[in-house]
Write a protein that binds this ligand. Structure first.
Ligand code: KIV
Length: 274
C-alpha cells in the first residue's frame, strides 16, 4: 500500500518525509495555485511552492524579484487546495540571508500566513547556522544545494554543477553541513550523477533531486515544465503532456466558433423553461 493511502486523513509532516530515506521515493512537484493543488495533492508527498512562481506565473526573468508577499499569497492558495501533501514554501531571495533572526522573522510570517508545514532555503555551509536556528525553533527546513538559482549572478548561469573535483567536494560538504544543521530533507539541483550518489550516501535525510539523477531519494519537477507548458525545457525534464499545444488548439477552435457564430448554441443559452 502506498504511503498516501496509509496516511489518509492526516497531512504528511516533516518526520514522515525524513523517514523516507532509503524507503519509498518522495514525490514532489511545484505548485502555485489552489486548483492545481487540488489536482496534484492526491499524487504527491510534498507540494513545493517554489520561488519559480516568479518565472512560471509572473513572467519574471529569474527568481530574484520574488517577494515574501508573493510567497505568502501562493503558499496560502496551495494549502487551501490540499489535505494530504506536506506543503513547503520557498524563502525568497533577500528574506533570509542577512541573519538567522531575519530568516526566523520571514519563515514565521510564511508559516503563520499560509499554514504551510515547512520552508525551503537555498545555500550550503554559510546557511547552516540559519538552518540550525530555524529548526531548533519549530520551523522545519528543507535545504537546497548544488545549482541554487538565487545565486545565478555568482554562479554565472544555470548549468550543471559539480563537474570539477573541487566543486563536487564543495557541494557534498554543503549538503553534509545542511543535514547536520537539522534540515529534514534537501533539494539537490542540477548536479552530476556522481555528486548525487556521494550526497545520498553522505547524509541521513532524503535528498530530492531535480536534474540530479535517479540516485536521489525522491524527485521534484516544476509542474509547468512537466506538463509541457513551455516551448523550451531543460534536458532533465520529462514532458508528461503537451498542455501548451492543447490549450493553443482549444483557443483556436473557440476563436473560429465565435467568429463563425457556431458558439454559443442553444445549449449554452438561458431561455425560459418551456
Ligand atoms: O523554486 C523552485 O521551483 C524550486 C525547485 C526547482 C526545486 O526550488
Amino acid at each position: 500500500m502506498s504511503a498516501q493511502r496509509q496516511d489518509q486523513g492526516r497531512r504528511l509532516a516533516a518526520p514522515d518525509i525524513a523517514a523516507r530515506k532509503g524507503a519509498e521515493p518522495v514525490v514532489c512537484l511545484t505548485c502555485y495555485t489552489t486548483p492545481m493543488a487540488e489536482l496534484l495533492d492526491p499524487h504527491c508527498d510534498v507540494l513545493l511552492v517554489g520561488d519559480s512562481v516568479g518565472q512560471v506565473i509572473y513572467g519574471l526573468p529569474s527568481t530574484l524579484p520574488v517577494t515574501l508577499d508573493m510567497m505568502c499569497a501562493h503558499g496560502a492558495a496551495v494549502v487551501r487546495g490540499s489535505w494530504h501533501s506536506l506543503v513547503a514554501v520557498d524563502m525568497p531571495f533577500g528574506a533570509y540571508e542577512g541573519s538567522p533572526e531575519q530568516a526566523f522573522a520571514s519563515a514565521s510570517r510564511i508559516m503563520k500566513e499560509t499554514g504551510c508545514a515547512a520552508v525551503k532555503l537555498e545555500g550550503g555551509q554559510a546557511m547552516a547556522p540559519t538552518v540550525e536556528f530555524l529548526s531548533s525553533r519549530g520551523i522545519p527546513v528543507i535545504g537546497h544545494v548544488g545549482l541554487t538559482p538565487q545565486a545565478v549572478n555568482v554562479l554565472g548561469g544555470y548549468g550543471a554543477r559539480g563537474k570539477s573535483v573541487d566543486e563536487a567536494q564543495h557541494i557534498e560538504e554543503d549538503a553534509i553541513a545542511i543535514a547536520r544543521a537539522g534540515a529534514f530533507c534537501m533539494v539537490v539541483e542540477g548536479v552530476m550523477e556522481e555528486v548525487a550518489t556521494r550526497i545520498a550516501n553522505a547524509v541521513d535525510v532524503p535528498i530530492i533531486g531535480i536534474g540530479a539523477s535517479a540516485e536521489c531519494d525522491g524527485q521534484v519537477l516544476v509542474i509547468d515544465d512537466m506538463l509541457g507548458m513551455f516551448e523550451r525545457t531543460p534536458r532533465f525534464v520529462k514532458r508528461y503532456d503537451d498542455l501548451a499545444g492543447r490549450i493553443g488548439e482549444a483557443a483556436r477552435v473557440y476563436a473560429d466558433e465565435v467568429r463563425s457564430r457556431a458558439f454559443p448554441t442553444g445549449d449554452q443559452t438561458y431561455r425560459p423553461k418551456g
